[in-house]
Write a protein that binds this ligand. Structure first.
Ligand SMILES: [Zn+2]
Length: 405
């Protein structure tokens, strides 16, 4: 299992200057290597039906790839000696980043659509550098030993869990602060705890009205601080646009704005963690619908959908469950809000109708709760749960017939 822990770094002034210097050099190198790749394509390819008869023939050379670009690094260090100050693997990691973003650009993504051209990054967007390998004993007390940077103070607010090995270390600069992200790996296969209770199950329906509703009808509201923050953001944004471009005061206002944005993001993350913890402390098994956020974000609801950040919530939930040996089951979202949860009859209703009234069985429920119960019922057919139920000696599900097993 792979996971990541993030810590606050407290570099000395000297170290902070050095990190900034590295980031700027790496940024230049990233842009240079990316341009190298674009240039090859522009000079060596033309559409089959539009090949000009008279054209400039460049000196032919091989398409730059990961390996050929990596080979240019020793020469770079000779031409620009200040690059040898950077740890070699950190520099090599830039080549990998170029490769990853360029490959993603060339390869159509799974939906058969191209994604945009990778952008050249201004310094303000190039904020992370990575040590792809690091010694296991790099953490000593409250310091981390980063090759060529030295021992940097780190606020170890939690220990690395037992059995995990440090794979990579990244330094990120976020609104004038430095963070260390350790990617950790535990080779043992994750397991669901043996005494998982298959009856302690719920379904959750996520929505725009409530952040989520459980099958028991409990609702978690969408936290209001997003909206409050929006007001404040607008004020600061105004401050930025009023200041003169290129001026010191504008720069200061931009910093303030980025701090405020980070605050909102932190609050959202905190809310996600707390909600996930709450659900997992109450239930052993949680079912949710598979989300098509991409589909939703193309509609008018886009802003609210992205703001609520369900997909990041669901990934936090899945992660937390895995750590605790509990189970999160995604199920198909098809018709969950239209079908009646007690008889299976289809009850078509538009989005604004908030109440589910079934004519054939008389079931009357909140719309979201009805959907949540449907989601729960769909998850009951999950193989792990079935195995657990038969090992208990109880065939099927006692509480409610599984409609979609
Ligand atoms: Zn019904």
């Amino acid at each position: 299992m792979r996971t990541a822990y993030q810590y606050r770094l407290r570099p000395t002034k000297q170290q902070a200057i050095e990190i900034d210097r590295w980031l700027s050099m790496l940024c230049y190198q990233y842009n240079y290597l990316l341009a190298d790749r674009f240039n090859w394509y522009e000079q060596n390819r033309s559409p089959v039906n539009a090949c000009p008869l008279v054209c400039y023939l460049p000196e032919l050379r091989d398409n730059p790839d990961y390996y050929s670009q990596k080979k240019t690094l020793p020469q770079l260090k000779k031409d620009r000696p200040w690059y040898s100050g950077i740890h070699s693997q950190v520099l090599q990691d830039v080549v990998k980043r170029v490769k990853v973003s360029f490959d993603r650009f060339l390869k159509r993504d799974s939906n058969g659509k191209r994604i945009g051209r990778p952008r050249f990054k201004p310094l303000s967007r190039y904020r992370t550098m990575t040590y792809p390998q690091i010694k296991q004993d790099c953490l000593q007390g409250n310091r981390i030993n980063l090759p060529k940077l030295g021992k940097v103070k780190v606020i170890l607010h939690r220990q690395i869990p037992d059995g995990f090995k440090i794979k990579t270390a990244s330094i990120t600069k976020k609104s004038e602060r430095y963070y260390l992200t350790l990617s950790l790996e535990d080779k043992t296969v994750p397991s669901i705890k043996p005494d998982i209770n298959p009856y302690s199950i719920t379904g959750i329906d996520v929505g725009l009205k409530e952040f989520l509703t459980t099958a028991e009808g409990e609702a978690v509201a969408v936290p209001q601080h997003y909206r409050k923050a929006q007001k404040r953001l607008r004020v600061i944004q105004k401050g930025v646009s009023r200041r003169q471009k290129g001026g010191k005061r504008r720069l200061k206002a931009i910093k303030q704005l980025s701090r405020q944005h980070k605050k909102v993001a932190d609050k959202r993350k905190d809310f996600h963690f707390k909600t996930a913890n709450y659900l997992l402390s109450k239930y052993d098994v949680i079912a949710h619908e598979e989300l098509n956020v991409k589909g939703l974000s193309r509609t008018r609801l886009a802003k609210s959908v992205l703001d609520a950040g369900w997909s990041s919530f669901l990934s936090i939930l899945a992660n937390k469950a895995e750590n605790a040996g509990l189970l999160v089951v995604p199920v198909s979202a098809h018709n969950t809000s239209q079908e009646c949860s007690s008889c299976g009859e289809k009850v078509p209703k538009k989005l604004h109708i908030r109440w589910h009234n079934c004519r054939s069985c008389g079931c009357s429920l909140d719309r979201d709760q009805n959907a949540a119960i449907n989601i729960k019922n769909r998850a009951v057919g999950h193989p792990v749960l079935k195995a657990q139920l038969t090992s208990d000696g109880i065939p099927g599900v006692a509480e409610k017939p599984a409609l979609y097993a």
